[in-house]
Ligand binder design. Structure first.
Ligand SMILES: C[S@@+](CC[C@H](N)C(=O)[O-])C[C@H]1O[C@@H](n2cnc3c(N)ncnc32)[C@H](O)[C@@H]1O
Length: 271
């Protein structure tokens, strides 16, 4: 069992490095790590954290992040956002970017890929035959290498796809031998670029984003971390650009100058 001192050490590290506040989650932290720390050959949590903090062991750091992030997600989650994206955001972008035909869309907590693949399917649907003329690749990032690996693999169980429109299922997924699993086809996979990225780091993007999906991740951050992140997000949005957050999340309207479109849809002032 984790000691109080070890627990504090882990929570401080997670908060400082990833913004994730686990200070009330001792049982979860112990449950998710204990066996794996032992299996990895570390005698106790302190020894494990020595390796994490010294930067000597990439393996220890990965284990910590992979075990202590919550990666729950699913296809069609909060579908009203995709609807709004298709009905309002994309028609605006089609006109605004008609010259360069280059969209920059970022999904900042992509987990196992369901959300960025949804965005890419909506884009394909919206542009239809015109899609070839546009660069609409979605940048999908997450801090956990474990989920990113799953996302790149793009293999999902039949139940995970059960709520997808049949047409999307047929067009973008192929049934694997045995029939219980489906694999994302290359036409869809090639439309998403997966990268590891920690939202706490300075943003490295050279050009501003047209739309950012940052859904169901800020719930793990405290207010200060959240506000700092939102300010960075505001700065890297194009004028008129949109931000989607989870429908159960809130954003303090005094902290960031977004225009509130709906409680979970925000827009940067145009021009
Ligand atoms: C609950 S999932 C949300 C997935 C998806 N956005 C959705 O709404 O269904 C939260 C994701 O945020 C990621 N995450 C947590 N802290 C992060 C950070 N500091 N930088 C990048 N990703 C982070 C986790 O690894 C996890 O995959």
């Amino acid at each position: 069992m984790i000691t109080d001192e070890e627990f504090v050490r882990i929570t401080v590290y997670m908060k400082q490095n990833y913004g994730i506040d686990l200070s009330q989650k001792k049982v979860i932290v112990n449950g998710r790590l204990e066996k794996r720390v032992k299996a990895g050959g570390w005698k106790n949590f302190n020894e494990f954290m020595d390796d994490v903090e010294s930067g000597k062991s990439d393996e220890a750091k990965k284990l910590l992040v992979n075990q202590l992030t919550t990666n729950h997600t699913y296809f069609m989650r909060e579908f009203e956002h995709f609807d709004y994206f298709k009905q309002v955001v994309l028609p605006w972008l089609r006109v605004k970017e008609s010259g360069k035909k280059d969209l920059r869309i970022w999904c900042g907590a992509a987990s196992t890929g369901e959300e960025p693949y949804m965005i890419a399917m909506v884009l394909a649907d919206f542009f239809g035959l015109e899609h070839d003329q546009w660069d609409t690749k979605v940048l999908a990032t997450d801090i956990s290498t474990k989920v990113l690996q799953k996302a790149v693999e793009g293999i999902y169980n039949a139940e995970q796809l059960q709520n997808l429109p049949q047409q999307w299922k047929r067009h973008f997924f192929s049934k694997m031998p045995g029939g219980e699993q489906y694999k994302v086809k290359d036409v869809l996979k090639n439309e998403v670029i997966f990268r590891q990225f920690n939202l706490m780091n300075p943003f490295p993007f050279k050009r501003k984003m047209h739309t950012i999906f940052l859904r169901n991740v800020m719930i793990y951050f405290d207010d200060r971390t959240k506000h700092e992140l939102l300010r960075k997000i505001y700065d890297i949005l194009e004028p008129g650009g949109y931000l989607f957050i989870g429908t159960t999340e809130t954003l303090d309207r005094n902290e960031v100058p977004f225009q509130i479109i709906q409680p979970s849809i925000f827009r940067k002032k145009e021009g």
